[in-house]
Design a protein around this ligand. Structure first.
Ligand code: ZN
Length: 160
């Protein structure tokens, strides 16, 4: 099976880093949205996250975990669909730790989705992407190729 890759649009990256910097005690979380008009780039298995949307963290212990409620997810999905976008995964922050999945993270992640973790390393925010398959979190280098993001964000014109 071809390896999956994730590229994050600069604006989405900035937004997640901002939330990670602001959430000093509680985890912030949200979803990653890609263009709904096509799947991964053919031959490359590249998913491009164009937007990062924040949703409320409904976990009981928000200092150490996050929970996206199905109702919140359904709401984002409706809005995303109206904008030709689809959910390809979630992101969340670790105010106290590294960008590595916790035991709760590993237990709660659905297969076939990206998981982006924003952790702290020294004073810096560090982003790490994981592709989840058969319950296994596979770390993936996070691309930030602005050209591919812009190309996908711009509607293709038919004809020529
Ligand atoms: Zn976590």
């Amino acid at each position: 099976m071809a390896q999956r890759h994730l590229s994050l649009a600069p604006e989405a990256r900035e937004r997640i880093v901002r939330h990670a910097q602001a959430s000093r005690s509680r985890e912030a979380c949200g979803v990653l949205l890609a263009d709904a008009r096509h799947g991964p780039e053919p031959g490359t298995e590249l998913d491009v996250a164009l937007r990062a949307i924040r949703v409320p963290n409904r976990a009981a212990d928000r200092e150490r975990s996050f929970l996206i409620h199905p109702i919140d997810l359904a709401r984002v999905e409706r809005v995303a669909r109206a904008h030709d976008l689809r959910i390809i995964g979630t992101w969340h922050t670790h105010p106290h730790g590294a960008a590595e999945p916790s035991r709760a993270d590993r237990a709660g992640a659905p297969d076939g989705w990206w998981q982006l973790v924003a952790g702290r390393s020294g004073g810096n925010i560090q982003l790490q992407a994981f592709w989840v398959e058969d319950g296994v979190w596979i770390p993936e280098a996070l691309g930030t190729d602005p050209a591919s993001c812009v190309a996908l964000a711009t509607p293709q014109r038919a004809g020529g």
